[in-house]
Design a protein around this ligand. Sequence first.
Ligand code: GDP
Length: 170
Amino acid sequence: QPSVAIVGRQNVGKSTLLNRLTGRRQAITEDLPGTTRDRLYIPMNHAGRDFELVDTGGMEPLPQDTIARSVNDQVRSAMKAASVVVFLVDAKAGLTPQDHEIADEVRKSGKPVVLAVNKADNARLSLHAAEFHSLGFGEPMPVSAFHGRGVEDLLDRVVELLPEPEAVAK
Ligand code: GDP
């Protein structure tokens, strides 16, 4: 089963987007700090294609001084398992140094990537998506995990990048 990982720095809205995509409720983002959950794989179907979404939400580390390093570890480990990577950034915050760091990791993975610009809640904020062109992952796709804006388009793109299903043996 091909799998899809959502990566990005803290607070870009990964959990919110995951909940939006899977139809789960907001509660998952309210996990107590420091709780550890195993990585979850959530079965998905879009446009007739089956895949799994990797949920790494419970893997966020706590100790402040290790956050930067652990986020990169988390990004690496999530991507290793993924067929397609959704790299999420934040239209409201704009491009940050940490986005560049994660971009490097994403590039190194060699995986097909969709660059999604979250918090594009309205047309004005969607204009901010252009700023992320410079990350080098092609046309950034504006989405709003809050309102569901752009989410169908995002799924369409993800499904296009999934590996071809194995040919049925004769
Ligand atoms: P994570 O750390 O990447 O998993 O981010 P969260 O999903 O916890 O979201 C971080 C913050 O951004 C929360 O306060 C969310 O409510 C907020 N957020 C998430 N998606 C959106 C969105 O589409 N629009 C806006 N305006 N805020 C969002």
